[in-house]
Write a protein that binds this ligand. Sequence first.
Ligand SMILES: Cc1cc2nc3c(=O)[nH]c(=O)nc-3n(C[C@H](O)[C@H](O)[C@H](O)COP(=O)(O)OP(=O)(O)OC[C@H]3O[C@@H](n4cnc5c(N)ncnc54)[C@H](O)[C@@H]3O)c2cc1C
Length: 391
Amino acid sequence: MYGLTAEDRRIRDTAHDFVETLIPYEVEAELAGGMLPKELTAEHQARAIELGLHATNIPTSAGGAGCSALQQVLVQEQTGRVTNGLAWVMHTPPQWWVDVASQYQRERWLLPTVRGEKHEAYAITEEFAGSDVSALQTTARREGDEYVIDGTKWHVTSFNLSDYVFVQARLDGGDYAGEHVLLVVDLPWPGVEVVRTPHYSHHIADEHPIVSFTGVRVPVSHLVGAEGEGMTFTQDWFRFERVMVAARCVGAAQRLVDEMTAFAQTRVIDGRPLGEYQLVAGMLADSATELFAARTMLYEVARSIDAGVDRKALHGQASMAKLYCSEMAGRVADRAVQIFGGRGYMRENVAERMFRELRVERIWEGASELQRIIVARQLMTRGPSALLNPG
Ligand SMILES: Cc1cc2nc3c(=O)[nH]c(=O)nc-3n(C[C@H](O)[C@H](O)[C@H](O)COP(=O)(O)OP(=O)(O)OC[C@H]3O[C@@H](n4cnc5c(N)ncnc54)[C@H](O)[C@@H]3O)c2cc1C
């Protein structure tokens, strides 16, 4: 099915079996605000590394698993089957960094991250710069051999668990004034402070605090790439992450289809299984059909990446995959809650957790509206066939 090779299936099945060992901890994590005992999480992470499920997106030359895009998708699809971020231990470090990291950056951050010894966070979004990243106000100004960073970032995912953070800032002065840079800041670091840690709809161990950077000084060796290139890396990350969001959404929908079908088979109302009632049968059929369409599309996009299809076309296709798969998963989660009825509103039920957790997939890494804009803009500027049939 789907033309997967024996190796593709092996990797997928390894991830599937690993994820099956995480699922039993979901409710415990949910009721504890996303936290499992530290030793248990460490054990899960060690197991993910041992199984080759960590850093699947990093080439072997940098110590990663060197998986194809399709194989990365197969692994992330399994990640999406688990709630409460428990499968985030199948972590994908910043793959865009491999080609541009200096030797110093490689040794200090990249390789330890690929080995699972360090963890990173991204500080890009601000209170008034989210969808419009270009509007960000955080500044970086060069002073001798240092950059000085000032600004406040929002939703900095995993900040509480990270050893360093990428900060995107606007250059204040110099040849590239007004353009963006990406700087690495070790954590903790003087001048970096958590303003507050808001609570979000999901319950996971990774927090998303608001973080202020006040006169934060980092050596110029912490600059990723060159001045003015900050946006390029963020675009690369978005393109990659949008496909992985799509993959996790497909996995989540698969879990929900499995669970709601099982419920519809066993819950008997007036002598008949729930799934035989046509209104419920329709919800099941629509969910399975949309899931099938989403997965087929996702794998095709992954194959296009592996085939080295034109970068612009891939950017548009990644948006289409993210848009369709995240919205599909949202619809499936809504139907799953409905089919489970009152049970579907209980936090111990997977549909309830997915219903909340999947909502953000339509917002982060570019809201659905932004994905639609990207797709429509490509149609208008390059024509439909460049996007839909790039060859
Ligand atoms: C849980 C969580 C974790 C996150 N983690 C990180 C992180 O680690 N690092 C980081 O930097 N950021 C992170 N983000 C930020 C995330 O990427 C942004 O929330 C997202 O890009 C949307 O930006 P915004 O929230 O500022 O919404 P806004 O830009 O204020 O937009 C609000 C809404 O307006 C609509 N909209 C916006 N622009 C347009 C348009 N041009 N046309 C039509 N409609 C439009 C969309 O519906 C959008 O949802 C995270 C967010 C969340 C919720």
